[in-house]
Design a protein around this ligand. Structure first.
Ligand code: ATP
Ligand code: MG
Ligand code: MG
Length: 442
């Protein structure tokens, strides 16, 4: 989708992805773009892992700006090329820029450090604790996980049950989250074994046990909210409207834009004592946008590009930040058809130094339905004559199929965006479409 946004401006994009047939590589072939026909070497997509330092270097040589669409990348390698090529490297020989900066990606990669960073800067988050090994109890080689048990039980004493144990690294779509329902030894053991498989303890370069998990108090939210923020190199920010996100099995399923909060939430108590949400009685949308922009500013100077800010709307109208994605985000896909400037175009403007546009939702309401795989060949079903895509087309909705090579349960295979004359209209259209999806997603 980033390449689709780059195309109308003839911005050549080179993609690094392990998959030779990656969706982005199907969208454009940079070497044939006429704007760059006179350049000496043809531009070429690169097949390689996001963690491969050699491939990251190869990418950096071909471009002027490096950005990411996933946070699980080799940050050390990005930092190296950012420093080494800062003045004279890159395609133009004028130096390259890496946005967002590697140090910000590093902070966000570790969900615990991300929370520490944000909380220290006054961003409201659910209470959290590190899960560290008991220093007085030496780690037993027979039972390494045993050293974490006291910290898990202690978090339960502080937070009550249920609470969440979360993996600090490589988490996505809820993989890495565990809802712990009691402090009983078997329950604690099952949680630790689920989050830290034995195979991961002996793997080469395995992370130390005390660096694996953290605990987070359960937030009994009334809605999940997300705000896309775009920040330019000059430090200016713009927010997209707050949206409601609905998850199924911890995977984003539906997004409604704009957010329609319960009436009580709009005059919520806010967080006056913390200096945030200071004006009581302001709309949730305004407060969510403001908090999201403040959170992105709190990441520091290198926060350039778009960011997805996930939040919890609480019963009393207050907002807690759940996590930040340093990239375009699923909750912002609706912006492709429903906003004057999509999250992808806004990202390009920001990282290329074009300045930021005003951002508006065009129709009164919009909504997005993810097409999540429910079997290994579900992608065929979406395209059946009586399937969800045909229905979407008949309704005038926008269909995006990603062209991913394989389908599996929960995999994001595409999405559909509807525009509505009202929130009720957008919801009705989504309900009609979702009714054509099987079981869990209907
Ligand atoms: P993503 O795919 O968005 O990166 P992730 O794997 O990083 O997801 P989280 O965003 O931490 O996971 O959590 C996934 C979902 O679990 C949230 O969207 C929310 O529904 C639920 N959740 C997470 N933390 C809490 C909490 N403290 N209290 C209640 N529910 C939570
Ligand atoms: Mg996440
Ligand atoms: Mg999340």
């Amino acid at each position: 989708m980033l390449l689709q946004a780059a195309s109308p401006m003839a911005i050549p994009v080179v993609t690094l992805d392990p998959d030779v047939t990656a969706p982005a590589k199907q969208v454009s072939q940079p070497q044939v773009l006429p704007a760059f026909a006179s350049s000496s070497a043809p531009l070429q997509h690169i097949d390689g892992a996001f963690t491969d330092a050699v491939k990251i270097r190869e990418l950096a040589r071909q471009v002027d700006v490096v950005t990411v669409e996933i946070e699980h990348v080799n940050v050390d390698a990005l930092e190296e090329v950012a420093n080494e090529f800062a003045q004279t490297g890159g395609r133009s020989g004028q130096g390259i820029k890496v946005f967002p900066s590697p140090s910000i990606i590093r902070t966000i990669q570790d969900k615990y450090l991300q929370k520490v960073h944000l909380a220290a800067r006054g961003v409201p988050v659910a209470p959290f604790l590190p899960i560290s090994a008991d220093p007085s109890a030496p780690v037993s080689s027979d039972d390494p996980l045993g050293s974490l048990v006291p910290a898990v039980v202690e978090a339960g004493k502080q937070f009550g049950y249920p609470y969440l144990l979360k993996s600090r690294h490589l988490a996505y779509d809820g993989r890495g989250n565990y809802v712990l329902r009691s402090g009983e030894p078997e329950a604690v053991r099952a949680a630790l074994e689920a989050l830290i498989p034995a195979s991961s303890l002996s793997a080469p370069g395995a992370r130390p046990l005390t660096d694996r998990l953290y605990a987070e108090k359960f937030a009994p939210f009334v809605k999940e909210v997300a705000v896309m923020v775009v920040r330019g190199a000059s430090g200016e920010t713009r927010a997209y409207p707050a949206v409601e996100t609905i998850h199924r099995d911890s995977v984003c399923h539906i997004v409604y834009a704009p957010l329609r909060p319960p009436a009580s939430a709009n005059s919520g108590v806010g967080h006056d004592q913390r200096g945030l949400n200071a004006v009581v009685g302001r709309s949730v949308d305004e407060r969510a946008q403001e908090d999201a922009q403040r959170a992105i500013d709190a990441l520091g100077e290198g926060a350039v590009g778009v960011f997805g800010v996930e939040m919890f709307l609480m019963e009393d109208g207050s907002l807690l930040l759940n996590e930040i994605a340093p990239r375009p985000h699923n909750s912002g896909h609706y912006s492709i058809e429903a906003c004057n400037v999509s999250q992808y175009t806004a990202h390009l403007y920001a990282i290329l130094g074009f300045g930021l546009p005003p951002i508006n939702l065009i129709p009164p309401a919009a909504a997005m339905l993810n097409l999540l795989g429910y079997s290994s060949d579900a992608s065929q079903d979406f395209l059946r004559p009586d399937g969800v895509v045909a229905k979407a087309i008949s309704m005038g909705a926008a269909v995006h199929m990603y062209g991913k090579a394989g389908c599996r349960k929960g995999r994001k295979m595409g999405h559909i965006t509807v525009l509505g004359t009202s929130d009720a209209d957008a919801r009705r259209q989504i309900a009609e479409l979702a009714a054509l999806l099987p079981g869990a997603y209907a």
